[in-house]
Design a protein around this ligand. Structure first.
Ligand code: SF4
Length: 384
């Protein structure tokens, strides 16, 4: 079943490390919303698979969707329900920043049927939040979770960042424990990376801040793995952990190759086979394309069998279930391999096994704890 993603491209403040598509100027918010409505109206043409089956998940991300007012969200939800059908127990997630979370906002989100919040916490420590240039402080980071629980939001994810120069190993462990003891049931934990065209990249180049240190990050990832094991959390994807039964259904669509439709600038869509669409990552051009019919709203990419297979390897190997390698049929994730490809695959597999990076379980290649430290590199060794 399909998932629907809506990208809200506005933020109060630019976090130093972030390279997502967003603008800190809100003056075109009303035009953007009109354009977004126009895009959703045209969905039957661009995403025919959406009408074939009810959507299982809806995810409002960004940017900062919690910047939208109740009436803006309400008209968006009305349109979504008019245009698409949803399964009965659909997962409806909204990303919210701690500084936008208050009892009135929570009440209105509940009223709209939002049943999962993903809170951009990043850390519970003031030094880290300042270093990242977050809009919230440490008190708000905790208060947001208390308020959300108080309003009956039991399905809560928080994002945490590790590997920042300000974050000690002790505080990283405290962040994880704080999340657990506050009743969070899902964590998205990302290693700090220096992305192109970010303030962080500029500061690193100018020597104003230290770049992330590989050893520090690897150690904190190991702390995360050990913590998950000890606390019996399911570390079901390299960056995602949950208590049993609380995997993100929406993100699982991305990782398992299910179709999804994205709306909004920079949003991606995938038909579940070989076609990917990328919404234009520019607010002004996005508005022009949808409201004045000037310019292309999407770039379309047709994937080859090879690209598709490599994508399956890239996302599949990050999952706890691993990727399928069935000798009898020479099939990997449902794609038939040639003799040469198969031999190459076996060679790589042996190399990884010898180095303790993978183990084989029921014909699946599964990363070991050591292998998880090098997941992307290992995936690339299997590429064809
Ligand atoms: S709030 Fe989120 S999307 Fe906005 S700049 Fe910060 S990390 Fe990026």
């Amino acid at each position: 079943m399909a998932g629907i993603y809506i990208h809200i491209p506005f933020c109060k403040k630019a976090c130093h490390y972030c390279n997502f598509h967003f603008s800190t100027s809100l003056h075109r918010k009303a035009d953007f919303l009109k354009a977004l409505h126009a895009e959703i109206h045209a969905a039957a043409h661009y995403h025919p698979y959406l009408n074939a089956q009810p959507a299982e998940t809806l995810y409002l991300g960004g940017g900062t969707p919690s910047l939208l007012t109740f009436s803006e969200l309400e008209s968006l939800f009305e349109l979504l329900h008019e245009k698409f059908s949803f399964v009965k127990n659909s997962e409806i997630t909204m990303e919210a920043n701690p500084d936008d979370i208050n009892p009135d906002a929570l009440k209105s989100w509940k009223q709209l049927g939002i049943n999962r919040l993903s809170i951009g916490t990043q850390s519970f420590f003031e030094d880290d939040l300042k270093w990242m240039n977050r809009a919230h402080n440490a008190v708000q980071a905790e208060e947001a979770i208390r308020l959300a629980h108080g309003m009956g939001f039991d399905n809560l994810n928080i994002d945490l960042i590790y590997g920042t120069p300000t974050l000690s190993d002790e505080n990283w462990m405290r962040n994880l424990e704080k999340a657990r003891t506050m009743g969070i049931n899902h964590l998205s934990c990302y290693a700090l990376t220096v992305e192109e065209n970010t303030a962080l990249q500029h500061f690193v180049k100018k020597g104003k801040t230290l770049p992330p240190e590989e050893g520090h990050q690897a150690r904190q990832f190991e702390i995360l793995q050990d913590w998950a094991e000890r606390r019996e959390w399911e570390h079901y994807e390299i960056s995602n952990l949950c208590t049993p039964g609380h995997r993100s259904r929406h993100n699982s669509h991305y990782w398992t190759g299910k179709p999804y439709a994205g709306f909004g600038p920079s949003a991606h869509s995938f038909d579940g086979f070989f076609t990917r669409k990328m919404g234009i990552a520019n607010n002004a051009l996005y508005i022009k394309a949808w409201l004045e019919n000037i310019g292309k709203p999407y770039d379309i990419e047709s994937l080859t069998e090879h690209q598709r297979l490599n994508e399956k390897i890239m996302t599949g190997i990050r999952l706890i279930e691993g990727i399928e390698l069935t000798e009898k049929e020479r099939i990997i994730s449902n794609t038939k391999l040639s003799e040469k490809q198969w031999n190459q695959m076996i060679k790589t597999k042996l190399k990884c096994e010898e180095n303790g990076f993978i183990e084989l379980l029921n014909n699946k290649i599964i990363l070991t704890k050591k292998g998880r430290l090098f997941a992307d590199a290992i995936a690339s060794w299997f590429f064809l």
